[in-house]
Design a protein around this ligand. Structure first.
Ligand SMILES: Cc1cc2nc3c(=O)[nH]c(=O)nc-3n(C[C@H](O)[C@H](O)[C@H](O)COP(=O)(O)O)c2cc1C
Length: 269
């Protein structure tokens, strides 16, 4: 089957998933549209029924070895009709455990035919020392080549079974305080300094709607997922993670996940 249009659909608080999904889309060689569903507003508004000749490249970061919690609304606007899809997860060089298989299953529930899957590595949200600058140029080339291969599979029309790494039932989602990420997520403490100009960008761009729109310094920690988007995007660098415990635990974590991981690609046979 000939693909008429490609969509790069992603949730990407700090931009690494976005970069990777776009490289895969470029590799297809077909005109593509970017659909950024990082904010709650974008997810609320987006609805599309994909035709059989439209390819969806769907990218999400890995949080705690799974897809991020609280983003059911990411999927609620995506409706396939047996449409081809590529499942893509990006993780911070620790592990992606069951995130890729979870994404595959979720896309199948939304009537997509997942013909390829991949796990790429992106700079870790918590430290530039973990996979700093990744995905790098070589990996973006791998992502493009993966897009080229995936289009060939769709062209063959009779795609076979797709195997991806991961277990079902999934590992328990969330942040186990005794697990590798646990201490870091419990220790995060995002503060707003006096450099804040009240521009409100952080509240508008928070993927979880966790920042009070009347008082940008107030964060609802029952919603905040510690994605650090507010810290990264603040034009006055007024949001900071200030935590002695976090700073003390980080070097141990950096050491633990320092061995370089490489992208893993899965194509339907
Ligand atoms: C709350 C949280 C949990 C994370 N859990 C994992 C994990 O389990 N394994 C891993 O390798 N990276 C983990 N990461 C790192 C991200 O997956 C990684 O930095 C990714 O590139 C972020 O994607 P983005 O730039 O599109 O937001 C986590 C990051 C956050 C904020």
């Amino acid at each position: 089957m000939r693909v008429k249009k490609v969509y790069a659909i992603y949730f990407s608080p700090t931009g690494t998933t976005e970069k990777t999904a776009i490289a895969v889309a470029e590799g297809t060689g077909i005109k593509f549209e970017k659909i950024d569903l990082t904010t709650c507003g974008a997810r609320r508004e987006y609805k599309h029924t994909f035709m059989k000749n439209e390819l969806a490249i769907v990218g999400l970061p890995v949080y705690g070895g799974r897809l991020p919690k609280h983003i059911d609304d990411f999927f609620s606007g995506l409706h396939g009709s047996g449409s081809p899809a590529i499942a893509l997860v990006v993780y911070g060089n620790r592990d992606y455990e069951d995130a890729l298989i979870e994404l595959k299953v979720r896309l199948e529930e939304h009537v997509f035919n997942v013909i390829a899957g991949a796990a790429f590595i992106g700079e870790h949200t918590f430290s530039k020392k973990i996979a700093g600058g990744r995905p790098d140029l070589k990996e973006l080339d791998i992502a493009r080549e993966f897009g080229r291969q995936a289009i060939k599979i769709v062209a063959q029309a009779s795609s076979g079974t797709l195997y991806v790494k991961g277990d079902y039932p999934y590992i328990k989602q969330g942040f186990n305080p005794t697990g590798p990420m646990g201490p870091l997520t419990t220790f995060t403490n995002i503060v707003t300094t006096e450099d804040c100009t009240q521009c409100g960008l952080c509240a508008g761009e928070c993927p979880w709607g966790a920042i009070d729109s009347d008082d940008y310094a107030t964060i609802d920690y029952t919603k905040c997922m510690r994605c650090f988007r507010c810290i990264r995007i603040c034009p006055s660098a007024a949001k900071k993670n200030i935590s002695k415990e976090f700073d003390e635990a980080l070097p141990f974590f950096e050491k633990m996940v320092s061995a370089r991981k490489e992208p893993e690609l899965f194509l339907a046979e």
